[in-house]
Write a protein that binds this ligand. Structure first.
Ligand code: FE2
Length: 438
């Protein structure tokens, strides 16, 4: 009797264990990180981050509390031996009762590809180290949007730090400061270990707006602190720009500035697409914040009007992959265009799950749309390794109890290699007609 009871009890325990093991238990949001008051000397560089700034150049950005600290970067390929010096520019901004420190932007270069440089900001303070991206394939991008500054953000950043990557891509929603300007400073400190070592290329999300009726303009802190290479790419706004790495042309679009066919962004996009040479850059990627293909119940339809305006252009140009954030979950589509799967459309991937305080978006539309391949509400990051002109490997890594678990992965074949990309030299090509139309 006793033995029978034990057997039944064991069976219940075994079934329970199997259920727990098979089903991923979704973690709760983690608390905002606590940042102790910094005692750094006022002239010491803070919040150091780097970004690509045109061919073989890098922009170094940092903040000093000392207003007389120079915008100078010393750098070289050996530690402590700075063979070059660059001078930059500085600015500051006020927001209600907050006054920022001195924000320095200094472009260094020309730099060798795939090379480690040692650098120092403002003539003093600690030495930093960066690595420039390679000149040709393979090249690897780390991707994480909607970061914020919680325990999960830290977990995501720790996992990215373990990855061998060349450039970090951030499709919007950085600090979640949400009007509390000092939280831009703590975010800058939080990301410094990674962002001072590899270029961070970002575009704006809704949390970057921070406008208060007539009191404050939009994107004041974002534009001052996260200057991107818009001038270098012929754009008149920090809210949209493009850049190239190895054989990849990347376009960073703005979901929160005008994008209709009469807008500056639309005109700039047409001009930028015309400049793309698929022989030099066979891969064409686009990033923006609010996803166009989203089967999560959160933020439904928010990308629709931008998609209606711009998707035909991107389709005609043969965009390979579109990366978005905003929805705090992960989703990957088939190649799609105009709401349906299409072998010449882009793969759309939402990676808005970096770890912010708002938590995960767990409710999905049922049934799963035909174009949606994989969807999961968990915190994590993506890695895109572009191996050569024809093949790329995408993987998404879930923060599974702080262990990075590769949850979704797929080989992606380039549109150039599948014959979808029109030859822009051909006068009757669809792309050329679209791009040159008034
Ligand atoms: Fe957002």
């Amino acid at each position: 009797m006793e033995h029978k009871l034990l057997t039944v009890l064991m069976s219940v325990v075994m079934i329970g264990a199997a259920t727990v093991g098979a089903e991923y238990v979704r973690p709760k949001p983690r608390k905002a990180l606590h940042f102790p008051w910094s005692r750094k000397p006022s002239s010491e560089p803070q919040q150091v981050h780097i970004s690509l700034a045109g061919d073989q150049h890098m922009r170094v950005t940092w903040i000093s509390n000392d207003k007389s600290s120079p915008s100078m970067v010393e750098y070289g390929t050996s530690t402590g031996k700075y063979t070059s010096i660059a001078q930059g520019e500085s600015s500051s901004y006020s927001y209600l009762f907050y006054k920022s420190g001195k924000i320095h932007h200094t472009v260094i270069g020309p730099l060798e590809h795939g090379t480690v440089y040692f650098y120092r900001c403002g003539g003093q303070g600690p030495e930093f180290q960066l690595k420039t991206p390679p000149s040709q394939f393979p090249v690897t991008f780390a991707v994480a949007g909607d970061l914020g500054q919680t325990g999960w953000t830290k977990s995501t950043l720790d996992h990215i730090d373990l990855c061998e990557y060349d450039v970090h891509l951030l499709p919007g929603d950085l600090s979640y400061a949400d009007y509390m300007q000092s939280q831009w400073d703590t975010f800058g400190e939080l990301v410094q270990p990674l962002a001072s070592a590899k270029p961070w290329m970002v575009t704006e999300g809704n949390h970057e707006k921070e406008n208060i009726l007539m009191l404050e303009d939009e994107f004041v802190a974002y534009n001052a602190r996260w200057k991107m290479p818009f001038e270098e790419s012929g754009s008149s706004s920090n809210l949209y720009y493009s850049f190239e790495v190895a054989g990849v042309h990347l376009i960073m679009l703005g979901s929160y500035t005008d994008y209709d066919e009469y807008s500056d962004q639309y005109s700039w996009l047409k001009a930028d697409l015309l400049k793309v040479d698929r022989k030099r850059t066979p891969w064409l990627l686009v990033l923006f914040h609010a996803p166009w293909y989203n089967s999560n119940k959160a933020h439904q339809g928010e990308g629709d009007s931008m998609m209606a305006a711009m998707e035909p252009l991107l389709y005609a140009a043969g965009v390979d992959i579109a990366l978005a954030g905003h929805v705090h979950a992960y989703e990957r589509s088939k190649r799609v265009y105009s709401g349906r799967s299409d072998p010449c459309g882009a793969v759309h991937i939402t990676v808005g799950d970096g770890g912010n305080r708002e938590g995960l978006a767990t409710k999905y539309i049922i049934p799963q749309p035909e174009w949606s391949v994989y969807r999961e509400a968990s915190f994590g990051h993506g890695e895109l390794r572009i191996v050569n002109a024809t093949h790329a490997f995408w993987s998404w890594h879930r923060n599974d109890d702080d262990e990075p678990v590769r949850s979704d992965q797929i080989w992606i074949t380039s549109l150039v290699s599948s014959g979808c990309v029109a030859d822009k030299r051909s006068h009757d090509s669809h792309l050329r007609k679209m791009l040159l139309s008034p």
